[in-house]
Write a protein that binds this ligand. Structure first.
Ligand SMILES: Cc1cc2nc3c(=O)[nH]c(=O)nc-3n(C[C@H](O)[C@H](O)[C@H](O)COP(=O)(O)OP(=O)(O)OC[C@H]3O[C@@H](n4cnc5c(N)ncnc54)[C@H](O)[C@@H]3O)c2cc1C
Length: 493
């Protein structure tokens, strides 16, 4: 008997989820073609815009060393990585579930996260500790906090490059400028795709073409009018194409369509992310050091607890909170005590801000804001700060306001030392939470619970992974976990 013919698999997209799916399908013996809507420079989707940070469960430094590009770096020896157990990861996700239990997808994400990172490392994807953003120096050691410890070498672009190299080593090929416009079916089975007039057939199709965050009409339909004007932090190409094609074939809609990840961004950034910036500068339109100051809306009022938790547990919700404010903007206000602690993005050459030696003069420059109300809000805030507790940004320091609504629960310091700084911000959407449902083999399910033969999905296009927010760094890990699952499923289908 001859060798069984290897399967042909089409992967739609070239982001992290697509590349992981391709890698797993190639490992499973399939012939793989990836189809990318963008040209080569904008291939890689949102993945290329990321900092490459990946959250996963680990028990201690021994689990991390095999993943590192340079385990001999002297800083590694001086690092206190702590541990991030599956229980902690599960609890962090639960903290964003609005009372829902962990979904099947979240269970898989938590329990397969560590093995998936090791799998990526076995294909040459290497990581670095995130010293700058996720650790503080304490007694000469880098103490990591928040469970998010590693990022791909050279951030999202590095992740893309290393994954693409692995895919190409195993024989996968990519076609750019090839937007998939439809799914081809035969007797109820997906057997290929349309690229405009062209028809490309395959044994299985994996949709890894992102969510619908760059589609204004779908944003308004699912999330409301506030979202029409949202900035898009990443690619203009994630317009929900694959989602619409699958839904048309009877796929179930799953997860929270009204939910998305959105962060505070520079009010004056362009409408989409800018990949032309060098990798280290790409995140610089983001403005997420609000926990060190306060945020005021057009009415001069505070509207969130800026210090509710470490910023990677709040930043994904506060973009939406800003879009809900009148005029859909806010100002972040800091004084010189914390200025040096602000992330580099606040000193970015394109950062918009105003500066003054006196608070009143700062407020006078904060355009669109009710100045009298802002002045009163800041005076009330300053008067409410607990002066007995010490400020410590490395922990939830409990230095809170007393009797204010909303409170500032940690890191509340009086704004009293000039020069003062204020940054205008709005909400920028990162990715959407609603999507498709897949089974344990990555097959797309219908409303009735059957699977659509020949159709797989992974990455941002899935629902059920995130609800009211997400612990930073979970998106890429989710793409890798479910990409691997879809690739294995498609190769064996
Ligand atoms: C600025 C920014 C920073 C982020 N930082 C992090 C981080 O540090 N850590 C983290 O975990 N997550 C982060 N995220 C979230 C992360 O980007 C996503 O979770 C992840 O990249 C999604 O991967 P994906 O493969 O599903 O989608 P994408 O990487 O977006 O890939 C989708 C691909 O599909 C293509 N496509 C779309 N439609 C079609 C079509 N019709 N035909 C063919 N191709 C199509 C797109 O062009 C794109 O290449 C960040 C996101 C942004 C925007």
């Amino acid at each position: 008997m001859g060798k069984p013919m290897s399967k042909s698999v089409i992967v739609v997209g070239t982001g992290n989820a697509a590349l992981c799916a391709a890698l797993a399908a190639l490992e499973g013996g399939a012939r793989v073609t990836l189809l990318e809507k963008a040209d080569k420079s904008l291939s890689g989707g949102n993945t290329k815009y990321t900092a490459g940070a990946m959250r996963f469960a680990y028990d201690g430094a021994d689990d991390l060393l095999p993943l590192l590009r340079n385990p001999e770096d002297p800083r590694v020896k001086r690092a206190d990585f702590g541990s991030y157990t599956t229980e902690k990861f599960a609890n962090d996700l639960l903290g964003f579930n609005d009372g829902r239990p962990l979904s099947e997808e979240q269970e898989a994400l938590v329990h397969q996260s560590g093995a998936t990172l090791r799998w990526l490392a076995s294909h040459g994807v290497k990581f670095e500790p995130i010293y700058s953003r996720q650790s503080f120096e304490k007694d000469g050691r880098h103490v990591f906090w928040g469970g998010l410890t590693l990022a791909a070498e050279n951030e999202g672009v590095g992740l893309f490059d290393m994954e693409l190299a692995a895919v190409e080593r195993l024989g996968g090929t990519v076609r750019y400028n090839s937007a998939v416009t439809g799914l081809v079916t035969d007797a109820g089975r997906v057997c290929g795709v349309q690229i405009g007039q062209e028809r490309l057939l395959a044994d299985a199709v994996i949709l890894a073409c992102g969510g619908f965050e760059a589609n204004g009409a779908l944003r308004v339909k699912h999330m409301g009018e506030n979202w029409e004007a949202a900035k898009v932090r990443g690619t203009p190409h994630n317009t929900g194409d694959g989602l619409l094609m699958a839904l048309e074939l009877g796929a179930a809609d799953y997860g929270l369509y009204s939910g998305c990840h959105a962060t505070p961004m520079d009010l004056h950034m362009a409408d989409f992310g800018n990949l032309e910036l060098p990798p280290g500068e790409r995140k610089n339109y983001r403005k997420i050091s609000y926990f060190l100051g306060v945020m005021l809306n057009a009415h001069g009022a505070r509207f969130v607890d800026e210090g509710a938790n470490f910023r990677n547990y709040t930043y994904a919700q506060y973009g939406a909170a800003i879009l809900e404010q009148p005029g859909q903007f806010a100002w972040q206000v800091f004084d010189s005590k914390t200025y040096d602690l602000l992330y580099d993005e606040y000193r970015f050459k394109d950062a918009h801000f105003v500066k003054a030696d006196r608070l009143e003069d700062l407020i006078a420059q904060m355009s669109g804001v009710d100045q009298a109300a802002a002045s009163e809000t800041l005076a009330r805030y300053n008067a409410a700060v607990d002066q007995t507790t010490g400020f410590d940004p490395t922990v939830l320091d409990g230095k809170a306001t007393v009797g204010l609504n909303p409170p500032k629960s940690n890191w509340a310091q009086t704004l009293d030392q000039g020069p003062f700084y204020a940054y205008p911000v709005t909400g920028g959407i990162t990715f959407t939470y609603g999507g498709l449902k897949v089974d344990a083999e990555g097959r797309v399910l219908t409303g009735g619970g059957d699977h659509i033969k020949g159709l797989f999905a992974c990455g941002e296009i899935l629902g059920g992974v995130f609800y009211a927010g997400y612990p930073g760094g979970s998106g890429l890990t989710s793409g890798a976990v479910f990409g691997r699952r879809a690739g294995q499923g498609a190769a064996g289908s």
